[in-house]
Ligand binder design. Structure first.
Ligand SMILES: Cc1cc2nc3c(=O)[nH]c(=O)nc-3n(C[C@H](O)[C@H](O)[C@H](O)COP(=O)(O)O)c2cc1C
Length: 223
């Protein structure tokens, strides 16, 4: 079992979001998963060009780290999305990545996978940020097994012994359990079915312009 985490903080070794995400992964590793932590700064990611070529061709035309990274996500069982709260939302760094996910969202390419989300704020905004991150996992087809929405009013790292660290490890262990037991979250599934019905209509109407997505939907038996 493999779990990959992407942290959208630019703070490298000082990131508190990353600290909690690593702790989450430690909990997942203790429960038996192989884990990988990816700092968004390690990836070369360009802005989405809005060229729609991904829908037409089935891959992004930009030569950067996006598609190789997504290959890793597709090969994994679990995906953790983590962000500091910037102006009450995800960081711009992570949003650049999210904007590139168009075809993965239309095709719900992470169906059958599980995820967890992490957001840390200095004061407020952590709930809407984790809501957004889990909504993106939902759109991708993954079910969210847990979330860490945290306010850290003091500067610096989360102190050793903080209950937040234990909570993070538990969130990692819960993610492993959801993957092992193939836990179903009926509300998430129902929402995904509604989203799929919507995209079936969109892709069917654009089948001449988006042949790659049309073919994918046909292969899945959705059209
Ligand atoms: C550009 C910027 C915007 C921020 N906006 C908010 C905000 O809207 N609400 C908040 O509570 N904290 C805000 N903060 C504080 C961070 O969310 C907080 O320090 C977070 O824990 C940083 O995580 P990191 O150490 O992983 O980078 C902001 C910080 C920066 C640099």
């Amino acid at each position: 079992m493999k779990i990959i985490a992407l942290c959208g903080s630019p703070r490298r070794s000082h990131t508190r979001t990353g600290q909690l995400t690593r702790e989450l992964l430690a909990g997942a590793a203790a429960a038996g998963a192989e884990t990988e932590y990816v700092d968004i700064g390690q990836l070369k990611l360009h802005f989405c060009l809005a060229c729609d070529k991904c829908h037409e061709l089935g891959h992004c035309v930009q030569k950067d780290d996006f598609e190789p990274f997504m290959e890793k996500v597709l090969a994994a069982d679990g995906f953790v999305l983590a962000s500091p709260v910037y102006c009450y939302q995800v960081s711009a760094q992570l949003k650049v990545f999210i904007d590139r996910l168009g075809r993965y969202i239309h095709c719900q390419k992470l169906l059958g996978k599980y995820g967890a989300v992490v957001a840390t704020a200095g004061g407020d905004g952590q709930e809407q940020t984790t809501d957004y991150l889990s909504f993106m996992l939902l759109q991708l087809g993954a079910q969210t097994s847990g979330r860490l929405a945290v306010t850290l009013e003091e500067d610096g790292p989360v102190p050793a012994g903080s209950p937040l660290l234990a909570q993070a490890r538990q969130t990692g262990a819960d993610l492993v359990r959801a993957i092992k037991e193939k836990t179903e979250y009926p509300e998430q599934r129902q929402a995904q079915e509604g989203i799929r019905a919507y995209f079936c209509d969109v892709v069917n109407r654009r089948r001449d312009r988006w042949p790659a997505e049309y073919e994918y939907f046909k292969q899945q038996g959705w059209l």
